[in-house]
Write a protein that binds this ligand. Structure first.
Ligand SMILES: [Ca+2]
Ligand SMILES: [Ca+2]
Length: 175
């Protein structure tokens, strides 16, 4: 594996390993979902339930595709196989990004303000310095808001192990 790709896969793995146990399991996604739900100021139960379902789907897809030894958890070694055919995860990640977008834009105007962006991205596990750098890169409006569409695209790019040189690389400060 190219060092750059290995680096990216390591970052994604550590982000998904929310409880820091060293492997991916359902608990990681429940924990991330609970954190995101708690951070989703202004969202109702329906949007939070949809996000919870997306987190669960993220896990079931990873388990189905990557748990090679069938022990119910995905080790780093198993996870690194995701780079072989990243397109298998596109739909799941898109679903995940779209459900985040809904939480990020409870009034539906297509914009997300910095405090909510920070809260949601912190809940997912990103580092605050990287989150602010990414927000600034999206050229916020005078009201300090960015478009939700640019954010969801960044999420989709970030979790795609084969992408590099993208705006979301600004999040790679917690390496
Ligand atoms: Ca874990
Ligand atoms: Ca396994």
């Amino acid at each position: 594996m190219q060092p750059e790709v290995l680096h990216r896969v390591t970052l994604i793995f550590n982000l998904l390993d929310a409880d820091g146990s060293g492997s991916l399991a359902p608990d990681d996604f429940e924990l991330m979902s609970a954190r995101v739900s708690a951070a989703a100021t202004g969202s109702g139960d329906a949007a939070k339930s949809a996000a919870h379902a997306a987190f669960r789907r993220f896990w079931t897809t990873l388990a189905a595709e990557l748990d090679a030894d069938g022990d119910g958890v995905v080790s780093f070694e198993e996870f690194s196989a995701c780079v072989l055919s990243p397109e298998r995860f596109d739909e799941t990640i898109a679903d995940f990004a779209d459900s985040l977008a809904t939480l990020g834009d409870p009034d539906g105007d297509g914009l997300i303000e910095r405090p909510l962006f920070l809260a949601l991205m912190t809940a997912i596990g990103f580092d605050p310095a990287g989150i602010n750098a990414l927000f600034d890169a999206f050229e916020p409006t005078e009201a300090d808001e960015i478009s939700v569409a640019s954010w969801t695209q960044a999420i989709k790019d970030y979790y795609a192990p084969d992408k590099a040189g993208i705006t979301a690389d600004l999040l790679v400060t917690n390496a």
